[in-house]
Design a protein around this ligand. Structure first.
Ligand SMILES: [Mg+2]
Length: 211
């Protein structure tokens, strides 16, 4: 089994920057009212330099960066971009399992026989997404969803990373029984990636690993 995890980089903020290029150089927070009880949905990388991150209160974000620009989320716009992204991805890897607008797993083993080829395919996905939407994404390749997700974390538009196995620290930390259960779970995940219809219910962003 070879699976890839795809994560669009700072998705909501990246879309707002595409829609209003003048925002690109400013600290940008997509989220609720900074003078009310709003929370940060996504911060662009400029805003992250001030320590602003997802799920932080917008009031706190404003305290950390008074010059930040706050815009409310526009989910219908993000859905449109997301639709284009996943259409593009399916043009390269037909079987995908979306776990959010900006995140999902690709059954890359279907089109790649080994990790070397899988990494090339992941790179082709990244290039195609950038070409069709101008959005950047991070990809990780692994023998299971868990490992693929670890491989994609913090990549931020870098060349896709492939991890052939789980990091040793974690394997040591879990007993043999747990490892067996995890493998079984991963196998189940692989079948799901092949058979289940893409999920569209989850509207929010997930797992923004990049700092
Ligand atoms: Mg993301």
């Amino acid at each position: 089994m070879i699976v890839a995890h795809l994560d669009l980089d700072a998705f909501f903020a990246a879309v707002e920057e595409l829609e209003s290029p003048e925002l690109r150089t400013k600290p940008l927070v997509v989220g609720g009212d900074p003078h009310g009880r709003g929370v940060v949905a996504t911060a662009n990388y400029e805003a992250r330099k001030f320590g602003i991150h997802s799920a932080m209160s917008c009031a706190e974000a404003l305290r950390r960066c008074p010059q930040a620009v706050f815009v409310p989320p526009r989910h219908s716009v993000y859905r449109e971009y997301s639709h284009h992204v996943w259409e593009t991805v399916r043009g390269v890897v037909p079987t995908v399992e979306k776990t959010g607008l900006d995140e999902g797993y690709l059954d890359i083993g279907e089109v790649a026989g080994d990790f070397l080829v899988a990494r090339k395919v992941a790179e082709a996905v990244q290039t195609a997404v950038r070409a069709s939407t101008s959005l950047s994404c991070s990809l990780g390749v692994g023998p299971s969803k868990v490992v693929a997700k670890i491989a994609s974390a913090g990549q931020r538009d870098a060349v896709p990373r492939a991890l052939r196995r789980q990091a040793p620290a974690r394997r040591r930390a879990e007993g043999r029984g747990a490892a067996r259960r995890r493998r079984r779970r991963d196998d189940r995940g692989a079948r799901d990636a092949g058979g289940r219809r893409p999920q569209t219910a989850t509207a929010g962003e997930h797992g923004e690993g990049a700092p």
